[in-house]
Ligand binder design. Structure first.
Ligand SMILES: N[C@@H](CCC(=O)N[C@@H](CS)C(=O)NCC(=O)O)C(=O)O
Length: 399
């Protein structure tokens, strides 16, 4: 209604002027013919009344618009496709599976229902858990069988972690794929809880493309960026800090993670030890049948021993892969430096949580013991662990 009035008020004024000119010429025209036809010219009063009436409507509409401005479309703060709605993450095929466990936390009032599909010792899943636990967010876990993967039947995306997120007042279940996407979406929400999950989702639209290996992939190109909305105060210091945080999150995903598998599967014995550790912390005895568990342990350890060798070559790790792991951890502790407790200062930031989360995936393996003995990453690691286990991030949540 308001916009119709607005069109009327602007175009009508032009119409009025044109109409006035036409009237003038039509009167002259009529007069000429009148003299020829010798009949009385039509009265001017009706035209004048109409003109005045239309002008009054125009002014009225203008005033109406002034005092009742038409509703503005929301201003989008990023360059993603504005036409995309949140429904691209919606999935109505999610099966009702009994969660393997439920993790509690103090942040119960967020109005979010979260279910994490995961492998307990997948570094990307450990990263998401470290993030959720740091903020004290309660969530459910569905442990995926790494061989059968029947729990992921509902999803076209077949990797873990997958987070199913539902806002408690909405019937829509949103499927969030990829650890860094999950963390950036929830991280943006935690900056300003009033923005709501569904409005944040609009900023993380995946792009489909064919990668260098000719495979069709979908990727959220801005997955290391947080959305700050109007709360962000731009300073050079802020920008440098955020840039560093993004760079190191990316480093964790693209470089650091590649140190892990070749190290924990370095020998067949280490691979077997690693899988027995995975079975213990993933509660495979509870979650899978005995035969399933034994197949996963022995087939998995054998396969991963060979995969570890291939990955070592692919990522050009040193002959003794431990050295590459030590180098990466030294690079990280050098970046944190000795003047601050964490890269984030007094509390871990998303880069601290990413490196910590990934490293925690090998905590029970021989490689981790060697790492503590040969580098100084221990104090930083256990400091982050304390903040995660005690939900220090909960205090940072703003409503
Ligand atoms: N970029 C993804 C990588 C996830 C990923 O590679 N996950 C592995 C497990 S660690 C996976 O699910 N691989 C497929 C499979 O195991 O079938 C993320 O950050 O979440």
């Amino acid at each position: 209604m308001a916009s119709r009035l607005r069109i009327f008020s602007t175009s009508q004024i032009v119409n009025i002027l044109i109409h006035k000119e036409r009237q003038k010429s039509s009167i002259i025209f009529q007069k000429r013919w009148c003299s020829v036809l010798d009949s009385a010219p039509p009265k001017k009063t009706f035209g004048r009344k109409l003109l005045l009436g239309l002008a009054a409507v125009g002014v009225g509409a203008g005033l109406y618009n002034y005092f009742n401005p038409p509703k503005q479309e929301p201003k989008y703060r990023s360059g993603v496709a504005l036409t995309e709605l949140t429904d691209f993450t919606r999935n109505d095929n999610i099966m009702d599976i009994k969660p393997s466990r439920e993790v509690s936390g103090p942040a119960t009032a967020l109005g979010l229902d979260l279910t994490l599909y995961q492998y307990q010792t997948c570094p990307f899943c450990c990263k998401v858990r470290a993030f959720l636990e740091f903020y004290g967010i309660p969530y459910k876990v569905i442990e995926v069988n790494p061989v059968m993967r029947q729990q992921l039947k509902f999803s076209k995306y077949k990797k873990v972690p997958i987070l199913i997120a539902q806002q408690k007042d909405s019937s829509k279940k949103h499927q969030l794929n990829d650890s860094s996407v999950i963390i950036s979406i929830l991280g943006s929400l935690f900056i300003d809880l009033s923005s709501g999950l569904e409005s944040i989702l609009k900023y993380y639209v995946p792009l489909s493309y064919t990668n260098d290996e000719g495979k069709a992939v979908e990727e959220v190109m801005n997955k290391y960026f947080l959305m700050f909305g109007d709360n962000y105060k731009h300073t050079n210091e802020n920008s440098d800090y955020l840039k560093k945080e993004r760079q190191w999150r990316r480093w964790a995903d693209n470089e650091f993670v590649h140190m892990l598998s070749p190290n924990i599967y370095r020998t067949y014995d280490e691979a077997l030890q690693a899988f027995n550790y995975f079975s213990e912390v993933g509660e495979w005895e509870k979650n899978f049948s005995t035969i399933e568990r034994l197949i996963v342990i022995y087939v998995g350890a054998t396969a991963m021993y060979f995969v570890g060798k291939r990955l070592k070559k692919k990522h050009a790790l040193k002959e003794d892969v431990r050295q590459s792991l030590y180098d990466a951890c030294k690079k990280w502790t050098k970046e944190v430096g000795s003047k601050r407790k964490f890269m984030g200062g007094e509390l871990p930031n998303l880069a601290d949580l990413a490196v910590y989360g990934m490293l925690s995936s090998i905590e029970g393996c021989l490689a981790f013991q060697d790492l503590l003995a040969n580098t100084n990453i221990g104090p930083w690691y256990y400091n982050v662990k304390e903040t995660v286990n005690n939900h220090y991030g909960f205090r940072k949540l703003k409503s």
